[in-house]
Design a protein around this ligand. Sequence first.
Ligand code: 5AD
Ligand code: SF4
Length: 459
Amino acid sequence: MGESDRKRYNCWIGAMKSFYLETFGCQMNVHDSEKVIGTLEQRGYAQVDTADAADLVLYNTCSIRDKAEQKVFHRLQEGKRVKGKVFGVLGCVAQQEGEKIFERAPHVSLVVGSASYTKLGELLVRIEAGERKVTGLSLDTEDTFETPLTRRDNPHRAYITIIEGCDKSCAYCVVPFTRGPERSRTSQSVIDETAKLASSGYSEIQLLGQNVNSYRDPSPAGWDFARLLEAVGSVPGIRRVRFTTSHPRDFVKEIIDAIDRTETLCNQVHLPVQSGSSRVLAAMQRQYTRDQYMQRIEWMKNAKRDIAISTDIIVGFPGETDEDFEHTLHLLDEVEYDSIFSFKYSQRPNTPALKLEDQIPEEEKSRRLTILQERQRAIQMRRNTNLVGGRQEVLVEGSNSSTGQWIGRTSQNRILNFTTAPRPDGTVIPRERMIGNYLPVRVTRAGPNSLVGECAIAV
Ligand code: 5AD
Ligand code: SF4
C-alpha cells in the first residue's frame, strides 16, 4: 500500500463505518447474511445500498457451480479500481479459494468461510486495526452461527437454521468442503427462537439446513427432524412451516406423518433426486436407487394432505448416456413434480467427480437441459390448470404495481397473483392492510409458473 493509500485507509478506520453486502446463492447464504448484517450493525456499521457509498464492501459468495463463482470474481474485478475501501469475501468461495483470493484480487482484505462467522467480530477488530490480510477459514468447528442480532428483512417470514454443514459426499458437490461437517442446534434453541419470532409477528418459518433430515438434537432430548418439525409447527402464532433441503436417504415416513397431523406444516416437500437413473445415482454417490426414491414419492402421494413435490436435477453428469437421461425424463412423467430446479453439471474443485472420465460436452448438456425443462413446463401447466376453479389460502407477500395485482403464496408454494373486490367506499386498500395477511383466493387462470385469481373479501 502506498503512503496516500495508507492515509486514506487509516482515515477510513477512524471515520468508519458503512458497509455494503451483496449475497449470492442459496437461502442458507441469504440467512447467513441476515446474521452478518446484525453483527455489523451491533459494531456500529450502517448498511448502505451501493458499493460506491460504502467503506466496507462484502460479498457473501456461492461456489455451487462455476458460473456463480465467476460472478463473484467479476464483481471483485469491478471493485479493483476503487481506492480507500476495504473489500471482504465471505461464504463458499472464501472457504474454497482461501488465501488464493488475496493473489487473484489483491485489494481484498478479509476472507471468511461460513464456519468462521462466529469469529466475525474478532476478525473485524483486526481489520479496523489496519491489518490487510485477515482470514477465518477453519472448518473444524462444532459451533453453529447463532446470534440474537439477526437482521431479518421480511417481517412475516423468517429463516431459522437448524443444522449446518453436510456429512454426505455427493460426487459433484463442493458443499462438504465449503460448509464443513454437520452441526445441529439444540431443539430448545430452535423452539425458543420460533416462539420469539411468533411473538414479534412472524407467522411463517422456514427451517434451513444442507440436509435437514439428518437433524439430530445434540441435547439429551435427542429429537429427530420429524419431532422438531411438529414442535415448531405447534408454536402458538405460527401459521406456516416449510423446510429445505432434504436428502432422500434420510427422508423418513415420520416426516410425512408429521405433515398429515399438523396443519401448520405446509403441504410442500422439496426432495432433490438429481437423476432418474440408478446407475448415475450410484456414480453420484447419492446412496439411494431410483426405486428407493420412488418409495418416498409414494409416501407423499398416499398422504392425507395434497403435498406439492419439487426437486433438483443435474443433467450431463460424467458418463450420463442418452438412456440414463431418458430415465430422468420418465421420472418427471412418473412423479409429475409441481416444480423443478435443473442444472447442467459443473465441475467443482476437490470433488470426486472432477476426475471422472467421459465428461459430457457443453452443447450436449444444454440440449438435455432444454428438453428436460420443456417436458417439465408442460407438466406444470397441466398441474396448475387442475387448480382453476378451486380456492387456495395465500399469504400476501407483495404487490405488482404494473398489473395492479397482489402477490400471494399458497401453502404448496405456488405464486398466486390476485385482485380483490372493490371496497364499498371506492378507496384503495393500503399495502400494510394486505401484506402479511392470509386470504382465501379463487383461482381463475393458470400459467406454467404461477396462478391468477380473485379474492372476494373486501379488506
Ligand atoms: N453442478 C451442477 N449442479 C450442482 N448442484 C450441486 N452441485 C452441482 C454441480 N457441481 C445442484 C444440485 C443441488 C443444488 C443445490 O445444486 O442439484 O441439489
Ligand atoms: Fe451437496 Fe449432497 Fe451434501 Fe446436498 S447432500 S450439500 S448435494 S454433498
